[in-house]
Design a binder for this molecule. Structure first.
Ligand code: S3P
Length: 427
């Protein structure tokens, strides 16, 4: 599927976005192993989060979607999952395979979890190592790639310091820790998104987070809950950048998740000269939520490095677009993790920028996009990566002429309504 993007005169209106992908995965898994039923409002419509629900169904969990969109999950308790009849399918979703593996490692059965071509190239040794230290037996292709065959075992609690900043790895270990007798701790040098910690607290687990050490006590008893997922800040990022770089724009995005461990994006945008206002702050299911008002104008650009690279990792593709039209450009360093996302995002960002006539200098761990450049209309490609599709659709709004986004359907991995929403606010 290809999408044609025509230049925008401005963006105008108010929108609400689908539920946060990160939060939805966690609620979907935890509700399935909780006792009693859970009702999850505003669960992500993205294919990735449907993959998580599909896996939980294959493990014997009853999940239905109400007409108002709420997802009802009949929890089976910590030890109530059933051996799946066939392979579990994580689709394109790194979160599904990495987080769920922590649960599968503790089951009294063997399961195999696989994914699509892109997922089959993503490294899983980062979760295999801690799970094996806890006593699990996990086999992978070439020792690190999906499909994973997970022979469940009685797990041992442990303290673990992941070598990379990764909320997925942290979550995998904490999920496994729910089953292990005693305290399982994850030590983080660089803090990552804390949705798992907040969700575990909502479901009633004993979880403490202090000074970079997150400790969960097992075996845990989780209780089914009624929860509401905030709008996805990473999806909002595409519209924030779009409105910021098209002069005369004014866009209100309501009900967005503003968890402080995710909202470095807002501080970065403000420092980059974006006119952004936050209002209506509230707490929903333990998560901070608010409205974002952004207006278009001149932007300065900036640098992303160190801890900011981890905090902004999903937003860097669309920030590259902002960088190109900004006054000073964008430098990204310390972001080697971009190379092992749904695509090698350093390569796919650079390829598409160049197709649109934008200069970019590539480093092993990032890139530099000089400022004051213009996007030329071109045929860009998502390469099957949702965030690349959406980032370059945004570039198309600021281009001279029509931009074709090839393999544009990839956006539905996190945001099926993306192009319709974009059309709704483009003048
Ligand atoms: C996520 C963590 C990040 C992020 C991904 C979602 C999560 O991945 O890129 O989109 O929900 O925990 P890493 O843990 O690999 O950094």
């Amino acid at each position: 599927m290809q999408q044609i993007i025509t230049p925008a005169r401005r963006l105008d209106g108010q929108i609400r976005l689908p539920g946060d992908k990160s939060v939805s995965h966690r609620y979907g898994i935890l509700a399935a192993i909780a006792e009693g039923s859970s009702t999850i409002h505003h669960y992500s419509t993205g294919a990735d989060c449907q993959s998580t629900l599909g896996c939980m169904r294959a493990l014997g969990v009853s999940i239905t979607r109400r007409e108002d969109g709420a997802v009802l999950i009949e929890g089976r308790g910590l030890n109530g999952l059933q051996a799946p009849a066939g392979d579990l399918d994580a689709g394109n979703s790194g979160s599904t395979i990495r987080m769920l593996s922590g649960v599968l490692a503790a089951q009294p059965f063997t399961s195999r979890i696989a994914g699509d071509e892109s997922l089959s190239r993503r490294p899983m040794d980062r979760i295999m190592k801690p799970l094996s230290l806890m006593g699990a037996d996990v086999e992978a292709v070439d020792g690190r790639f999906p499909p994973l065959t997970i022979h469940g075992r009685a797990l041992k609690a442990m303290r673990y310091e992941p070598p990379m900043a990764s909320a997925q790895v942290k979550t995998c270990v904490l999920m496994a820790g729910l089953y292990a007798e005693g305290e399982t701790a994850v030590l983080e040098k660089v803090g990552t998104r804390d949705h798992t910690e907040l969700a575990l607290r909502e479901f009633g687990a004993e979880i403490v987070s202090s000074g970079g050490v997150i400790t969960v006590k097992g075996p845990a008893r989780l209780q089914g809950r009624e929860l509401s997922v905030p709008g996805d800040l990473s999806s909002a990022a595409f519209f924030l950048v779009a409105a910021a770089i098209v002069p005369g724009s004014k866009l209100l995005i309501q009900g967005v998740g503003l968890n402080p461990s995710r909202s470095a994006l807002l501080d970065w945008l403000v420092a980059a000269g974006v006119n952004l206002r936050v209002s209506n702050l509230a707490e929903v299911s333990g998560e901070l939520v608010g409205d974002l008002l952004v207006t278009g104008g001149d932007v300065k650009g900036g640098i992303i490095r160190g801890a900011a690279s981890a905090a902004l990792i999903d937003e860097i593709p669309v920030l590259s677009v902002l960088g190109a039209v900004s006054r000073d450009g964008l430098v990204v360093k310390d972001a080697r993790e971009l190379r092992v996302k749904e695509t090698d995002r350093i390569a796919t960002v650079a390829d598409n920028l160049q197709r649109m006539g934008v200069r970019v200098e590539v480093y092993e761990d990032g890139f530099r996009v000089p400022g004051k450049q213009k996007f030329r209309a071109a045929r860009v490609d998502s390469f099957g990566d949702h965030r690349i599709a959406m980032a370059f659709a945004v570039a198309g709004l600021a281009a001279e002429g029509e931009t074709a986004v090839l393999n544009a359907g990839a956006a539905s991995v996190s945001f099926p309504e993306f192009y319709a929403t974009l059309r709704q606010i483009t003048v």
